[in-house]
Design a protein around this ligand. Sequence first.
Ligand SMILES: Nc1nc2c(c(=O)[nH]1)N=C([C@H](O)[C@@H](O)CO)CN2
Length: 124
Amino acid sequence: MDKVFIHGLRVDAVIGVYDWEKQVRQPLVFDLEMAWDIRVAAATDDLMHALNYQAVSEFVETFVREQHFQLLESLIERLAEALRNEFGMPWIGVRVEKPAVVPQSRAVGLYIERGELVAAAGNC
Ligand SMILES: Nc1nc2c(c(=O)[nH]1)N=C([C@H](O)[C@@H](O)CO)CN2
């Protein structure tokens, strides 16, 4: 299955389990991989048939800014569900990194995959 991706999307969020983390915004960095059959968009050259990565990016920014969770697990699970509901991609992989919060690491975070990677129909 074809994929549309967004890498290194930075959004400042209120996220964390400690009291000080509820008072500040911290940067999160998202990578998204989204299954999408691109052939109709390619044949028609029409954005209407594409998975619009700009629209997805704006959705992620708005969603993350408006949510206040303690755990990255809560945020990433709900974000993946909201994206699938909004855009209808059959499968999504989402990585979220919290940079510089564990001093001895470059970043910590999570990666999840949700949905089914369906085989493409038609001629290839
Ligand atoms: N698996 C997780 N571990 C931790 C999380 C988390 O969201 N998921 N969060 C924290 C703290 O908020 C941390 O980021 C602040 O130092 C610790 N572990």
